[in-house]
Design a protein around this ligand. Structure first.
Ligand code: NAP
Length: 531
């Protein structure tokens, strides 16, 4: 059941559960009514879907998922570039409660992951809760009724709890190159691949050599007439060693799920070992660097090209890439590696700083995403202003999940929860557990709101930044892990099992628990008693 408020702020009525997917004008609420739900989730990618599934499993029915696109899948729906695949082993890259015995390869292709997410949404009955083609325009905390007043492209909504599962890699970042607006050819970003544009026989410039570009460059190289790859910083690349999963193994995983769980656990611990090198002993990375140098030497016989592709920073400082076909593609006669910086874009060319003009028909930007400078925080307003304002000078949250000044707001993959070494699904599930534990407390004590104490958040963020010192990420490279102030507010500086342990229980002592009386009298009280 959910409540419906008259937009005039008047009386509350109860409505039928069947209307859960409707906005004003779409249902029998009558015009002017604003739907009130217990929980609003933004995004139907791994985070939002995982949250919705776990809520439903817990018996919660009073929630909506606000999704800006026409389908579920998040980053795995948007990134359709040729060769798009996961660089975390397939068996680890799924929800712990929904292993997929059908992965066809050691590293699953995008289509299989997207398909997996769609099947999860269907199997766990989440589809009726999703508002498609609906974008969050504003979410403001209302002190009077202690709830989030949400404006979306389709209407308004009131929610007691707001959960942001919009993902940190959802806003493509385009390079600001002088003159790009004068370019007469085709320009697109890797996350918005233009499948209508036939690359065959075209002169194409690819900007960037990150995780996306190393996957699509080998795919497009045989089709294009000429490929100019604009490289700013050579990445560290390790062998990928992808392979098909034999059908007998898939059958075994289907019949005896424990075998897949065993493989998954083994992969988890192998990945986890990397944190040793990233966080505790960056020196360990040297042996991995030697492996990568051997990989480069084996695949690129030309010394001049090899020199251009040799990284000059500690491995792991930027995301480590896995590829067996990127280097070989660059040795092909129709590819030129351009290491001079871009000076300007003209109608049909890119001019580099050495004055050379590279004639091109299309530009593909593999230039990454707005991570620490995303737009969405501008649209979320707490007690003292927007999330974006509260995140000056740096994005801050407690356990990457709750933010002081933003009662009843929960973030999935918030600040300092990203990983360079293991599966993000593990982190997402840890956060979901934490949020569920908090919701249990809210329900049990009938609390209208909870809010992390500022000093707890401050201490946590201080700890994060202290722990970043001496890690591989602060060893002197520029990366999207760092914000404008050079602070790594993106990654979790430790083992993921530590994050799991710290998010296992919601500790009410770290929060202001706003009791009902206080809410009714618009007063705030701190309840420090442990439940
Ligand atoms: P990215 O790793 O941020 O790489 C962006 C690339 O563009 C870098 O090479 C960067 O150079 C270059 N670049 C950016 N702006 C530029 C400019 N103005 N001029 C010249 N070069 C510019 O982006 P991404 O490859 O899209 O990957 C983003 C993240 O998505 C990854 O780190 C990963 O977390 C995720 N991802 C995951 C997978 C997967 O398999 N799981 C696949 C793809 C992506 P600099 O290095 O010099 O900055």
């Amino acid at each position: 059941m959910f409540r419906v408020f008259a937009s005039s702020g008047g009386s509350k009525t109860l409505s039928d559960d069947h209307q859960r997917a409707a906005f004003p004008g779409e249902s029998s609420h009558g015009e002017g009514s604003i739907r009130h739900v217990r929980i609003a989730i933004v995004g139907a990618g791994f985070s939002g879907l995982g949250m919705a599934i776990r809520l439903k499993q817990r018996g919660q029915r009073d929630f909506v998922v606000i999704e800006k696109a026409a389908d579920v899948g998040g980053t795995w729906r948007d990134n359709t570039y040729p060769g798009c695949a996961c660089d975390i082993p397939s068996h680890l890259y799924s929800f712990s409660f929904a292993l997929n015995p059908q992965w066809s390869r050691a590293y699953s292709p995008q289509s299989e992951i997207w398909d997996y997410l769609r099947r999860c949404a269907e199997r766990f009955g989440i589809l009726p809760y999703i508002q498609y083609n609906n974008e969050l325009l504003d979410a403001s905390w209302n002190e009077d009724d202690q709830s989030w007043h949400i404006t979306t492209a389709k209407g308004q909504l009131i929610a007691d709890i707001l959960i942001l599962g919009n993902g940190p890699l959802s806003e493509p970042s385009l390079p600001a190159i002088p003159g790009i607006e004068r370019f007469e050819g085709v320009v697109f970003h890797s996350a918005q691949w233009n499948h209508d544009y036939d690359l065959a026989g075209k002169r194409v410039a690819v900007i960037g050599t990150g995780a996306s570009a190393v996957q699509f460059v080998p795919q497009i190289q045989p089709r294009v007439a000429h490929l100019s790859l604009l490289l700013r910083t050579p990445p560290w690349i390790l062998p990928r060693r992808d392979h098909a999963i034999p059908s007998w193994q898939r059958a075994l995983f289907r019949l005896l799920p424990i075998t897949q769980r065993f493989v998954r656990t083994r992969i988890y611990w192998r990945q986890e070992l990397l944190a040793l090198g990233f966080v505790y002993r960056p020196g360990i990375m040297e042996s991995a660097m030697r492996l990568a140098q051997r990989h480069l030497a084996e695949q690129v016989p030309n010394a001049e090209l090899r020199a251009k592709l040799t990284p000059h920073y500690l491995m792991g400082c930027k995301r480590i890439l896995l590829s067996d076909d990127f280097y070989p593609a660059l040795t092909q006669p129709n590819v030129e590696l351009v290491t001079n910086r871009m000076r300007e874009v003209r109608a049909n060319s890119i001019v580099t700083e050495d004055g050379r003009e590279h004639e091109i028909d299309a530009i593909i930007c593999g230039t990454g995403f707005h991570v620490t400078d995303a737009q969405l925080p501008r649209y979320v307003h707490g007690r003292g202003g927007s999330l974006d304002e509260s995140w000056h000078p740096d994005p801050r949250a407690y356990l990457g999940t709750t933010v002081s000044g933003f009662p009843n707001l929960f973030l999935l993959i918030g600040p300092n929860t990203g990983l360079g070494h293991n599966s993000m699904i593990f982190m997402i599930e840890s956060q979901i557990n934490y949020i569920l534990d908090c919701l249990r407390l809210i329900d049990r004590r009938k609390l209208p709101a909870v809010e992390v104490l500022p000093e707890i958040q401050e201490a946590f963020n201080k700890e994060m930044q202290q722990r970043m010192r001496g890690t591989v990420w602060t060893s002197g490279c520029a990366s999207w892990y760092l914000d404008a102030n050079g602070h790594n507010t993106t990654l979790w500086p430790g083992f993921t099992f530590e994050f799991r342990r710290r998010t296992r229980h919601f500790d009410p002592q770290h929060y202001e628990l706003i009791p009902r009386e206080a809410s009714e009298q618009s007063e705030r009280a701190v309840v420090q008693k442990k439940c």
